[in-house]
Design a protein around this ligand. Structure first.
Ligand SMILES: Cc1ncc(C[n+]2csc(CCOP(=O)(O)OP(=O)(O)O)c2C)c(N)n1
Ligand SMILES: [Mg+2]
Length: 377
């Protein structure tokens, strides 16, 4: 496996900028929450309380926390199926996230999306998508929409930046190229972040992708700026992203990020990980992003062992409550399965939103037509 060591791009120097202690503590808590959330998901999956697919983010927590900390609440975010970390970092309540994992109505998608489809309109998280690479055209479309709304409808300056995440395995999907080409042509304020964890399922990046040792060069073909970032250290990730987000917001030019990271667990829940060595895993685990931030806070005398344990207990309690809440939430009813399938009165379509598959039956949900204006970002 030819993934470079995690900190090749941002030097760890004593003069590295830092953040307020309270901010670093908050990020540590967020990363610990994501980790604990996913450990409990793995357990619940083994207990058959979670069904379908489940891809955990363990090891990549600094990416979601560091990148999302660098944007504003109104900035859209869209990602792939390894999405629980992004959802929690974006501010989704762990209860809604867990209930979605359990397929219960208390989930963010009313239990009908599951692990791969975390969606949170209030926090501008536009999924959670299972088709590899398909979220990149959506991300570029979101950037087009925000720019159009800011500039054409409101007659001002484009002010929002979209983050569109993808895995290294999605790089060779045709739609990813088409979307980045359009982003380059149309000056769209989108940052395409490749969470380069070195593998797509069991295929290492150098086996499946040309220039796998330096994917940043691909961006030149679209006239897009590329930045290589360290996704294993939340401070490195945050500062590099903050710079880039400011630039993209100011210029409304797209960018591509090669975010070097590593997933500690298997691709999904059943993966014997025969395509990589235990030594490699241990090497990255020794460089754990949570451990790094903990050490950083300790070096600033801003975290005692007792405070860390208190944080750990609080996070465990929060996740326990999320599990209890998910378990108490009912499963969707059979008729619920046909609700929310199509958007009511969208575009030229003005009929009822009865799914075709019901054969024109009465609207089983009885929901009212929604406000078409609400479609605007
Ligand atoms: C279009 C499409 N092709 C194939 C798959 C099956 N598939 C699911 S995940 C995956 C690998 C993607 O790897 P990567 O993009 O690196 O993401 P990671 O799992 O590392 O987060 C594949 C091939 C899919 N979901 N969609
Ligand atoms: Mg990958």
């Amino acid at each position: 496996m030819a993934l470079k060591t995690p900190n090749t791009t941002v030097a760890q120097t004593p003069t590295r900028p830092t953040v307020d202690v309270a901010v670093a503590q908050r990020w540590l808590r967020e990363m610990m929450l994501i980790r604990e959330f996913e450990l409990r998901c793995m357990q619940a999956y083994q207990d058959k309380k979670i069904g379908g697919f489940c891809h955990v983010y363990i090891g990549q927590e600094a990416v979601a926390v560091g990148t999302i900390a660098a944007i504003e609440a109104g900035d859209p975010v869209v990602t792939a199926y390894r999405d629980h970390g992004h959802a929690l970092a974006r501010g989704m309540d762990a209860k809604h996230c867990m209930a979605e994992m359990f397929g219960r109505v208390g989930g963010c998608a009313k239990g009908k999306g599951g692990s791969m489809h975390m969606f949170d309109r209030a926090n501008n998280l536009f999924g959670g998508h299972g088709i590899v690479g398909a979220q990149i055209p959506l991300g570029v479309g979101l950037a087009f929409a925000t720019k159009y709304e800011d500039e054409v409808i409101n007659g001002g300056k484009s002010k929002r930046v979209t983050l569109a995440f993808l895995g290294d395995g999605a790089l060779n999907q045709g739609s990813v190229h088409e979307a980045q080409n359009l982003a380059g042509l149309f000056d769209l304020p989108v940052i395409v972040i490749c969470e380069n964890n070195g593998y797509s399922m069991g295929t290492s990046i150098t086996r499946g992708t040309t220039m796998g040792h330096d994917i940043s060069v691909k961006a030149a073909g679209y006239g897009i700026e590329a930045v290589v970032m360290n996704g294993m250290d939340v401070l490195d990730t945050y500062f590099a992203m903050k710079d880039l987000v400011e630039r993209v917001r100011a210029t409304s030019r797209p960018a591509f990020v090669d975010m070097r990271c590593y997933r500690y667990k298997g691709h999904s829940m059943s993966d014997p990980r025969k395509y990589r060595t235990r030594e490699e895993e241990e090497r990255y685990e020794a460089d754990d992003p949570i451990g790094r931030l903990k050490a950083h806070l300790e070096s600033r005398s801003a975290l005692s062992e007792e405070e860390f344990k208190t944080m750990q207990r609080a996070v465990r309690q929060q996740v326990r409550e999320a599990v209890e809440w998910a378990e108490q939430s009912p499963a969707p009813s059979l008729s619920d399965l046909y609700r929310d399938v199509y958007r009511e009165k969208w575009g030229p379509y003005t009929g009822s939103s009865n799914p075709q598959m019901l054969g024109g039956a009465e609207n089983p949900a009885g929901f009212a037509a929604s406000d078409p204006e609400a479609d605007l970002l």
